[in-house]
Design a protein around this ligand. Sequence first.
Ligand code: FES
Length: 92
Amino acid sequence: MRPRVHVLVCVHARRSDDPLRSGCGEGGPAVFEAMKRETAGVASRVWVTATGCLGHCPGRGCAVAIHPHNEHLVEVIAEDVPAVLAQALGAR
Ligand code: FES
């Protein structure tokens, strides 16, 4: 079984005094939970995976990568999840 869309949600946490800031550890878990909740009915078509650093390290929210579209979003917060999924599922 292959998903139509695979969403990677960064939940990587760093110490708050890290030069790369605290990472997505604060905002990522809420986005991951919202993604899982929103995709519960389409779990065979949309996979959601919590992941480590995607290399963007936004100052707020978290980073999200959507494949196969190769889209990388930053500063994603839980309230953005419905729109992000609508765009991901509507694209292609
Ligand atoms: S910590 Fe999330 S993209 Fe780097």
